[in-house]
Design a protein around this ligand. Sequence first.
Ligand code: ITT
Length: 200
Amino acid sequence: MTNTLLIGTTNSHKIIEIKDLLPDSLFPIKTLKDYPEIAPPEETGATFSENARLKAFYYSRMTGSVVVAEDSGLEIDALDRAPGIFSSRFNNSSSYPEKFRVIYEQLKQRDTRIKTARFVCALTVADGNRIIFETQHTVEGEIAQKPKGSNGFGYDPIFFYPPFNRTLAELPAEDKAEISHRGKALRALRLFLSETQQHI
Ligand code: ITT
């Protein structure tokens, strides 16, 4: 087994959040910046966990490294859980302000008072075709009345977290990590690694 862990994501914000919770002291960490020749796989899965596996297997086979990959997204209940696994590709991969505009427009058309939403993160660690660890976590919240805040990334400005009375984009990174779907998934991975004495 290799002693490095490759973070299999093309999303630089995810890299930062994952690195923050998996410090180098556990094992050396590599990113796809070390493999510029590898193109991302097509995400053909029907669920978050299928896509997380698909990415972990793909990057592990391509590099021979143990890979941590995750698939995540925002489920808005009033929109039948859209954009879900299509969060990054929603509205033809337009800018986030444009995505928000379309979401608020769609919510208005539905004329619903249901505000609930959640972020989901399915995370897989794989070595070749073998799954070493997998987990899935959520953070429950609401769609904000309007976008607010400039921290974080993606849909954070429209995700209101009632216990903090703030959107995720109004939180410092440490506070987001404390309650987020990704933070929970990475803490579960850390626990697994320490309990099983797994040295990747
Ligand atoms: P990789 O597939 O290479 O990891 P990606 O960004 O395309 O990069 P996904 O397919 O998993 O990753 O899509 C995740 C999208 O869900 C992400 O681009 C955001 O639009 C949204 N998302 C996930 N986690 C988020 C978070 O913590 N805050 C805001 N938006 C988030």
